[in-house]
Design a binder for this molecule. Structure first.
Ligand SMILES: [Zn+2]
Length: 61
């Protein structure tokens, strides 16, 4: 069985069922609502309900 390196941080957001890959949205840790994914100006997850924002990817600069 070949071992594939997968980025854990990315893997969390996808669910593979059969041959389909579906994006699994994060849930807001503050209010539990589904968070929106935004790529601009920087990749982040934002909750439309309470305004909680979590930045994805790089730490710092
Ligand atoms: Zn929220």
């Amino acid at each position: 069985m070949p071992k594939q390196e997968t980025k854990a941080s990315v893997r969390i957001y996808y669910e593979i069922s059969g041959d389909k890959i579906k994006l699994k949205n994060k849930k807001c840790p503050r209010c539990g609502s589904v968070m929106g994914h935004h790529l601009k100006p920087t990749e982040r997850w934002a909750c439309g309900k309470c305004g909680y924002t979590e930045f994805a990817g790089k730490k710092g600069k």
